[in-house]
Design a protein around this ligand. Structure first.
Ligand code: ZN
Length: 355
């Protein structure tokens, strides 16, 4: 923290440029915009599809959670920076020296924030970018703490503090987005020349996990499946606790697949076909929030593919009622007790009892 203060002080006083620049940023961005976004339950963002192209602007629900939930979901280190607006020490974050190709996304909600091709070495010890993936994805607010006027940046969807933006960056924008590594996850782009088997993970909640696992186990290109719990707050929940509805978890299936043999989009088609995505917290005879229809995406491109697939489905009239499937960033997967794994296969069945 002290190092950053020292550096910022040097920038403001020594280099001269950013003082005026900061006031320009302040006028441009203002805090009123952010105050308005705080009360709107939706936000317009842009995602990155599988080819790395931006989607059109999309209206999505903001990832709003009470502070005590963020405290449970994040590690103390993440919480301190992302919710407490802390700053990690210079040269200590994991991405300041990362030169791999890929996309940096928000740890809080999975929103794509920056691409590696906009990253540059600022010499500050913090990962620095000259532009975000999309202007829509970054919120800005005037920060007058520590006796300075700066422009704080945060995730437009979940409000996680990311860092600051300064007017002393390189061309073409002359901006320097100064980030805390800990607020971001990195999704490396696979080298097109790379060979060998590929493995990706997907995670779906579509009612009782016994039947959902069996459905995905039959799909060619699926290498492994496991049933468990995700999306709630309780760590290492048991099946009994999840059934009591006090953990917030959904019953889920984690799928490991080879994207050269089955695409994520094809898995989504299996998902839509395996259950009724229009019934909230219910699948057939099973009632409760653990049976909710939910897709946990692992990468920005999985989110883009999911939202496009849902939009297509909503338009084609296959379901007469609105689709209520939730789309969330994947968090911890807690494997269920062993007797739940491949439950139906072990009994020579292909469907849940009562279905
Ligand atoms: Zn976020």
């Amino acid at each position: 923290m002290m190092t950053r203060l020292f550096w910022i002080g040097m920038t403001l006083a020594g280099l001269g440029i950013p003082v005026a620049a900061q006031s320009r940023l302040e006028k441009k961005e203002g805090s009123a915009m952010n105050a308005a976004s705080k009360i709107n339950p939706e936000v317009t963002v842009r995602l990155l599809n599988e080819k790395g192209n931006l989607t059109p602007p999309l209206r999505v629900a903001r990832a709003l959670k009470p502070d005590n939930e963020w405290k449970e979901l994040l590690t103390p280190e993440h919480y301190k920076v992302m919710r407490g607006k802390g700053t990690e020490r210079a040269f200590c974050g994991i991405f300041h020296d990362n030169h791999k190709k890929g996309v940096y996304a928000c740890v809080g909600c999975g929103l794509p924030l920056f691409r590696s091709d906009a990253k540059f070495d600022s010499g500050t010890g913090w990962p620095s970018f000259f532009q975000p993936v999309a202007e829509e994805n970054i919120g800005r607010e005037t920060d007058r703490t520590l006796g300075m006027t700066r422009t704080e940046i945060h995730c437009a969807r979940c409000d996680a503090h990311l860092g600051h933006v300064f007017d002393d960056g390189p061309d073409p924008t002359r901006l320097r987005y100064c980030l805390n590594s800990i607020a971001m996850s990195f999704h490396e782009t696979r080298d097109p020349a790379a060979t060998g088997p590929r493995r990706e993970k997907a995670m779906f909640g579509a009612g009782c996990f016994w039947g959902v696992e069996e459905t995905f186990r039959q799909v060619k290109g699926v290498a492994a499946t496991a049933v468990g719990f995700s999306g709630g707050l309780r760590k290492y929940p048991t099946y009994e606790q999840v059934c009591r509805h006090d953990t917030g978890h959904a019953e889920v299936v984690q799928v490991e697949f080879d994207p050269d043999r089955v695409s994520y989009e094809q898995l989504l088609d299996v998902f839509w076909g395996s259950h009724d995505p229009t019934t909230a917290d219910r699948q057939g005879p099973d009632v409760g929030s653990q049976y909710r229809s939910v897709i946990f995406f692992h990468t920005p491109s999985q989110e883009a593919t999911t939202r496009m697939s849902l939009e297509k489905l909503a338009k084609n009239g296959r379901f007469s009622r609105p689709i209520v499937t939730q789309i969330e960033t994947a968090r911890e997967f807690y494997r269920a007790e062993e007797y739940h794994q491949q439950y139906l296969a072990k009994r020579g069945k292909s469907d849940c009892p009562g279905k």
